[in-house]
Design a protein around this ligand. Structure first.
Ligand code: MN3
Length: 210
């Protein structure tokens, strides 16, 4: 049993100018591939779930000698596999605003879409060093937070400092934006809203509540 690198759901240059083609090539083909390779090395000989989300949700079941490697690389595989799906080319599924139940839940939880974006942006900008900003469904409620390194909310509050089903996530590791934005993480986060695939977020919201 081995995990595989998923194909991107769009060409490498599809998210330009928000995310440049070279960043996508390196981020998907090198960084994500390395998480997959290192995860497969770490689980060799272990009896683990073949579903990456189930695997990292029960990270405590991994033998201690392998747990950090599985946490980092399994988290990296899960987070990036989700991240690619959460984006779409600007104007072709990317950007705009959520609708339906998700829009209503964002409004009632955060006050408005703009207030939600402010809260999420603060989480992304205050995550020191490498990590992720998240919108999660936790106990039926929307929450914003962040995790360090490749920790996932699926690992739970006790492990990751944030628990729940992730429905939107933003990679704020420098490898995600440095070629295009250098040190300007705020510019990357601001531009990123133009490629958010709200239909996918809405699907995940529906799944997380059922
Ligand atoms: Mn990354």
């Amino acid at each position: 049993m081995a995990f595989n690198l998923p194909d991107l759901p769009y060409p490498h240059d599809a998210l330009e100018p928000v995310i440049d083609a070279q960043t996508m090539q390196l981020h998907h083909g090198k960084h994500h591939q390395t998480y997959v390779t290192n995860l497969n090395n770490a689980i060799e000989g272990l009896d683990v779930p073949n579903d990456i989300e189930r695997l990292i949700a029960d990270i405590g079941a991994i033998p201690e000698a392998k747990r950090t490697a599985v946490r980092n690389n399994g988290g990296g595989h899960a987070n990036h596999s989700l991240f690619w799906q959460l984006m779409a080319p600007k104007g072709k599924g990317g950007g705009g605003a959520p609708s339906g139940d998700l829009a209503a839940a964002i409004d009632s939880t955060f006050g408005s879409l703009e207030k939600f974006k402010e809260t999420f942006t603060t989480a992304a900008l205050t995550r020191f060093g490498s990590g992720w900003a998240w919108l999660v469904v936790d106990g039926g409620t929307l929450k914003v937070g962040s995790t360090a390194n490749q920790d996932s909310p699926l690992m739970g509050q006790a492990v990751a400092g944030l628990g729940g089903r992730p429905i939107l996530g933003l990679d704020v590791w420098e490898h995600a934006y440095y070629l295009n934005y250098q040190n300007r993480r705020p510019d990357y986060v601001k531009a990123w809203w133009d490629v958010v695939n709200w239909d996918k977020v809405a699907d995940l919201f529906t799944q997380a509540r059922t």
